[in-house]
Write a protein that binds this ligand. Sequence first.
Ligand code: TRP
Ligand code: ZN
Length: 883
Amino acid sequence: MKNAQPKTIYLKDYQPPNYLIDTTELRVELMEEGATVTATLKMRRNSHAGEDAPLLLHGIELELRELKIDGRVLDANEYYADAESLTIEQVPAEFVLESTVFIKPQENTSLEGLYKSDDMFCTQCEAEGFRKITYYLDRPDVMSEYTTTVVADKAGYPVLLSNGNPIDSGELDNGRHFVTWHDPFKKPSYLFALVAGDLEYIEDSFTTMSGRNIELRIFVEEKDIDKCDHAMRSLKKSMAWDEEVYGREYDLDIFMIVAVDAFNMGAMENKGLNIFNTSAVLAKTETTTDAAFQRVEAIVAHEYFHNWSGNRVTCRDWFQLSLKEGFTVFRDAEFSADMGSRVVKRVEDVSLLRTAQFSEDAGPMAHPVQPASFIEISNFYTLTVYEKGCEVVRMYHTLLGPELFREGSDLYFDRHDGQAATIEDFTRCMEEVSGRDLTQFKRWYSQAGTPRLDVNGSYDADAQTYTLNFAQSCPATPESAEKQPFHIPVTLGLVGQQGDLPLTLQGVEQTETYTDMVLEITESEQSFVFENVTEQPVPSLLRDFSAPVKLDFPYSNADLTFLMSRDSDGFNRWDACQKLATGILEGLVQAQLDGATMELDSSLVAAFRTVLNDDSLDPAMVALMLKLPSEAYLAEEADVIHVDEIHNAREFVRDQLAQQLKAEFQAAYDSNQVSEPYEPSAAQIAKRSLKNVALGYLMLADDDAISLARSQYDNANNMTDSAAALALLVCSDKPQAQHQAAELIIAFYEKWQQEALVVNQWFTVQAIAPQQGAVERVRELMQHPAFDIKNPNKVRSLIGAFCANNHVNFHRTDGAGYQLLADMVIELNTLNPQIAARLLAPLSKWQKQIPQRQQLMKEQLSRILATEELSKDVYEVVSKSLK
Ligand code: TRP
Ligand code: ZN
C-alpha cells in the first residue's frame, strides 16, 4: 500500500470534546458546478479543557474560501489544514467561527456527505459524512441547534428541505429561491439532512396521544408518486405503536420521508427528515413482492423509532452504535411481530442471525456488539451490532419480563433525553429497575463469538426426576482467545406425550406451576433437576430462541419429529424441522465425500408429509418448514465447507421430496390460491409463500409443472407470483423450462425497463441461477445499459446476490468467481469505499473452505491489498482477513 497505514481508533481513548457548538447556522448555495457552504458556529470551550487547548475541526475534501473568528478574517498562518482536519492553535473561551467552503456534490460518488442522486441533491451524514460538507466537530457528543438555509434555482429545485420546521422562504435574483429551516432539538451532526429537487409528495396527518396534529409527507420523483401509500400506512402504524407500547410521542410538527435511488444503506433517521433508499419506501402490487412490502413496513418503523432511540437519546461515540441500533432493531422486530405473524417474524430473524451473523462472528472481522476498536466506523454497521445487538436487548426483555423492561426503557428515555449516552447508561437503567446485578450479563457487549451450549438430559423413572446438564464454551475471536462464561437465559419446557409437562425445579420455591421457564446459565457447567416428572420427556430448549447461541442436544430423528408436532412453542417446532433436515443433509454431504450413493432417510419424508397434512398450522409456517436449510446455513454449520456437495445434497433431497410428496404439494398449490384482490396481509402472504414453495417442488416432480409455472407467470396480478414463477423457470435445469426462461427474461425486461427496482429483481434472478456460466453471465450483465456501478442497489442486486446466493458458481474452482468480485472491489474502492468494503465480505471468509479455494481466495485478497490508494474501508477488511 502506498498511503500511510490508517490509524486504529480505540474506545479506551475516548475524551470529551474540548469545544462545544451551541448553535449552528448553515447557508448552502446549490449550483450546477458545485455548492458553497457557509457555517456560522457559536462555540465555547468545554469546562474541562485548558486555555491552550487547540481547536481541531474535521473536514474532508473541502475547498476553504474564508475563515473568520468573531468577524475577523484569519490569515493563512493562523490555522493549519491537512487532508482530514483544520487546526486553529489559539481561540477565545467563547467565539463565533464562520467558515465558507466550496464542495462538489456532482462528483461525489461515495454517497456520503452532500451528493446528487439522479437530479436531486441529498445528504447522508452518518457516521462521519458531515465533515464532507463543512468544517465541524463531527462527533455525536457535540450537539447543536441548527438553522439551515438552502438556496437553489427554483425551476430545477422547487422543493428545498432540511430538519425541523420551515421558518422562512422567498425569491432571489436569477430565478433562485431559498427556504430556511429551524430544528429546535439539539442534535449531533450525523442527523443533519438536506434535500433539494423537483419532487412530488403525498400528504397525511397523525394525531398524537396528547392531541397534537402532525403533518406527514413522503417525497418522491414524480414517476413514483403511485408507490407511496404503503409507506404512509406503515408510518402511521409505527407512530401509534410507539405510543402504545413505549409511551413515546412524536415531537416536531412535521415528519418527512424522501426517497432517493442512490443510497448506501436502507434508510437514515435524520431528525424530522428521514432519507430512504427507494427500495425501502416504494411499493405497489404490480411491482413489489410480499417480502419487499414487509421490508418497507419494517424500515419505515425502524427509522421512525430512532426518533427516540437514537435522536432524542443519541450515542456518545461510535463504539456505542448498538445502543441505538440494537435497541431500535428490537423495537422494529416487535412491531413487525405485532403487525403480522409473531412466529414467522421470529423464524425469519433467527435464520438471518444464524447464517449471516454467526458467520460474521466466526470470520476475520468478528467483533463484540460494542467493538473495542476500529479503523473505519462504516465497516461496523454490521449484523453483529444490529442483529446480535437486538438479541442482547431481547435477553433483557426475557430476563426482566415485559413490565420491568418497560420501566427500564422509560427510565432510560427520561433520564437521558437530550443527551449522548452510552451502552452502560442503558444497562444501568435495566439494573436499577430490576434491582439485579447484571455485571456478568454485560459480557454480551464485550466478548465476540457465538457461544456454544452442549446439553444432555437423563430421566430417572424411579425418582421421577429429569436432569439437564449444560456446558458452555465460546471459540476464540480476534479480540480475545479466552472467554469468560456468558449469562445465558434458556427458556425451556419438557414435552410429554400429551404436551407440555408441569415444571418443578429442585431447590427452588415455586408458588405456581409453569410449563415454560427461564433457566439462567452463568457457569461453564451447570445442572438442573426437575422433579415429579411422570414420563420420559423430550426437552424443548431455547424456546423462541431465547439466546444467540449454538445449542447442541443429542436428539434422535424420532425426538425431532415428535417436537415438530407436539411442541407448544411455534419457533421450536420449526427449529426441530430444521435440525432434522440439517442432520440428514450433513449425512448426505459425508456420503458423497465417502464415495457412497446418497439415500434419503425416510423420517424426513414422513415429517414433511405430516406438516403438509396438518391443517392447524399457519400456511406461512408450513412454507418455512418445507424450505430446506439454505446452502449458506449448511456452510455456516460445517467445519469444512464442501460447496458442491452441499448443493448436490440439497438438490437430491428436494428431488426426492418432490417425487414422494407430489400429491401433497399439488394439493398445497391448489388450496392456497388467493382469489381476493391483492393485499400484503399476513394471511395472503402466508398462502402465496406456501403455494410458491409447493410450485418449486412440483417443478422437480414432473414436466407438467413447467406449464403451471408459465401460466402462473402469465396470469399473475402481483409481483410476488410472477417473480416466483420467473425465478423457478430461470433456475430449473429442465430444457423445457430453460426455453421458457430465455423468452421470459427478454419479455420481463421489455415490460419493466422503466421501473428501476423491478429491473434490479431481474438482475438478481439471473445472478443466482445455479447453472454453469453464471460468472460470464454476470460479467455480461455488467455491460447492460441498465447496470450502473455507481448505484449501490444495482451492484447489490447483481454482484452481491451472485456472491451470496450462488455458491457453486462464486466458488468455482478455477477462481473466476473470486476474480470477478475482486475486480469489482478494486473498481468500487475509488468510487464508493463503503460499498466496496461490504461487497468484499464473502471473499474474506476463506478459513473453512477447502485448501484449493483458500489459496484462490487469498490470492485475490492479496491482489486487492496491493492496489494503490486503498480506502480505509477496504484496507481494514482486506488486511484483517489476511492476518
Ligand atoms: N442509521 C441508519 C439505520 O437506520 C444506518 C445508515 C444509513 C448508515 N445510511 C448509512 C450507516 C450510511 C452508515 C453509512 O440503521
Ligand atoms: Zn438504525
